[in-house]
Ligand binder design. Structure first.
Ligand code: ACO
Length: 336
């Protein structure tokens, strides 16, 4: 281990989405709602869902392979895998362990998951940055993947209109040219309002003890409560990120936010005074893909030519916990 600060290079970003598209009109077969109601309140028109035995690990593997390919780093060169997920198919083994196995890595590198819901990518980046800065690990894969659709109550129109499934991945490595791609990063949590979004695990009682109360295992959300909290804190938080980084809104090329609600994104956009071409939104097509939403938005917008590389971006996310976080990053040529 070295005492020297080692800067971080964002080496590759990838994503993966399920094929199956469910439109707002499809949802009208499940309950009383309309495309107009959903689109006007959220910005969502359709979402992708896993189908059959497909799950967040399958999606995460493809996203990881895509990010590794872009990075030029081989799976066997990785030192650590972190997966960020709040809707994993299994509690354990960790998604990160599955990814290690399915990438064919036989070097016993550590692999673990973090639960920070939709802030998962930013949390993962912060953890990875610490390992790289300190010289403990060099090459780190972060996989942000969720199959929310498996935990939604499909008769609850308040939650099931919002979420989709998807995966994103990012490869971070020690920057050998000394250029740091993470200009500033911060993560936050407020557990005292955790009841705004929660999902219980469904357990069993030992027949010898008093039974516990029943839980359904579905995602529960106080949508109005989440909206009010996030719309209040996020615009100011993003402004504070810039201040801590010693930068101004006009120094940044793009805002790439978590895709939860178009109106929340617009509140941040207005605060920064950004035109539409500086703000990445794809919520219309994918809904809220939790931890995966920021890397999907980044990689897809580069692929479509909406985001140019050799630029800078603000990434910001929020979700269950409540957690939130943001990063100001350099987007090098060739990362996605
Ligand atoms: N279609 C039609 N009507 C509906 C629907 C629907 N899909 N859902 C709710 N309604 C009705 C309600 O029943 C209610 O009717 P009532 O007034 O007769 O009782 C009315 O519409 C208003 O309901 P609200 O829940 O107050 O609707 P709101 O305007 O708050 O919109 C929404 C709901 C879209 C969920 C909004 O609150 C929101 O986007 N919140 C933020 C959610 C979010 O960002 N979550 C992040 C999760 S991140 C993570 O970590 C998981």
């Amino acid at each position: 281990m070295t005492n020297n600060y080692i800067p971080v290079k964002i080496a590759g970003v990838g994503y993966s989405l399920p094929e199956t598209v469910i439109t707002n009109d499809d949802l009208t077969k499940l309950y009383d709602t309309s495309d107009e109601w959903i689109y006007s309140r959220t910005g969502i028109k359709e979402r992708r869902l896993v189908s059959g035995d497909e799950d967040a690990i399958d999606l995460g593997l493809v996203a990881a392979e895509n990010a590794l390919k872009k990075s030029g780093i081989k799976p066997e060169e990785l030192d650590l895998i972190i997966a960020a997920s709040s809707a994993p198919p299994q509690l354990y083994p960790a998604i990160a362990c599955h990814i290690q196995s399915r990438l064919g890595i036989e070097t016993d590198i550590p692999a673990f998951d973090i639960t920070a819901a939709c802030s998962g990518l930013i949390y993962g980046m912060h953890v990875a940055k610490g390992f790289i800065n300190s010289g403990i690990y060099k090459n780190i894969l972060i996989v942000a993947t969720d199959n929310n659709s498996r935990y939604l109550d499909w008769s609850d129109r308040g939650t099931s209109i919002l979420f989709g499934d998807g995966a994103g991945a990012m490869v971070l490595t020690a920057a050998e040219d000394g250029v740091d791609d993470i200009l500033y990063i911060d993560i936050k949590a407020k557990g005292s309002i955790g009841e705004l979004i929660y999902k219980d695990n469904v357990g069993q009682n030992c027949p010898l003890v008093e039974p516990c109360s029943e839980h359904d295992g579905f995602i529960h959300m106080n949508g109005r409560g989440v909206y009010t909290f996030v719309a209040k804190i996020l615009p100011k938080y993003v402004e504070d990120l810039l201040e801590h980084a010693g930068m101004k809104a006009e120094d940044i090329d793009y805002l790439i936010p978590h895709q939860a609600n178009l109106r929340i994104i617009q509140a941040v956009q207005e605060r920064l005074g950004y035109s539409d071409d500086k703000v990445v939104t794809n919520i219309k097509y994918y809904g809220n893909t939790s931890a995966a939403s920021i890397p999907i938005a980044l990689a897809e917008s580069v692929e479509k030519g909406n985001v140019k590389l050799d630029t800078t971006a603000i990434l910001c996310g929020f979700g269950a916990g409540m957690t939130w976080g943001g990063a100001i990053v350099r987007l090098r040529e060739g990362i996605c």
